[in-house]
Design a protein around this ligand. Sequence first.
Ligand code: RIB
Ligand code: CA
Length: 289
Amino acid sequence: MATKKILIDTDIGGDVDDALALAMALNTPDIEIVGITNVYLANAWRSGVTRQLLKVYGREDIPVCTGAEKPLIGWWDESRIPNSSPDYGEYRGEALPHACDFIIRMAETVEDLTVAAIGPLTNLGLALAKAPHIAGKIRILMMGGQVNKAHPEWNIVCDPEAARIVFESGAPITMVGLDVTNRCQFTREEVDMVKSAGNVRSDTLGQMMEIFIQNFGYLPILHDPLAMSLLMWDDILTLEKKNILIETAGQYTRGLTIDCDWGDGVPVTVATDVKVAEFKRRVIELLRK
Ligand code: RIB
Ligand code: CA
């Protein structure tokens, strides 16, 4: 099987699902992670979390870059990031390029690159604004949006202007949104199944999940793992073509991903259904490795 080359853009350290998605990719032999970029406040701290996870998986060779500390317009509220990780401190080592420039460099040099965007879209929006030609060189697989409800999803509403740049860039986009991800929540028993694998990797994920459950007050929902799963399995999600428009102006609707069945918006591949039980079974198996 040909190796899939991916760059992961992530707000790891907030919701625990980013760490689970990264672990899935690290445990999949035919996926090559060419780099990881962090986004959304506290980037040096997120970089510390990312590097610790890479260390546990024996993959400290993967470059990690810090990214946007604020959205294109306005500010992010620092009180809104409860953490789901032990405190590994801020990374203060070798300075790598900013996430925006790293994404551009990878898009220009890595053939058939997929950008797995599992956080707010600011880094990717900046990269596509600075170097629009990279839209023709990458595929974007994102956890983001929702089309069946007028309720904005976090990764889009955190920076609707950046999301609009990304959607209107012309890059092929597959969007896995809350329509399907909200149906995929671990039970207590499933968290324990991951934890009981008895190796340093599953122990680390278990520790992160417990901190998340304590800080957020609910069991992990597999938002980002479901998006990542498209790189592993093609029989879990149902995909449909839709025309999607990002609302940036509405008083009540800012950040919505609107399904424009009247023809406006841009063509996007959207996940509309999921085989929940089989997905969770496979994720648990992968995370126990
Ligand atoms: O809305 C879900 C998204 O927001 C996921 O990417 C999760 O990690 C959080 O950042
Ligand atoms: Ca995320």
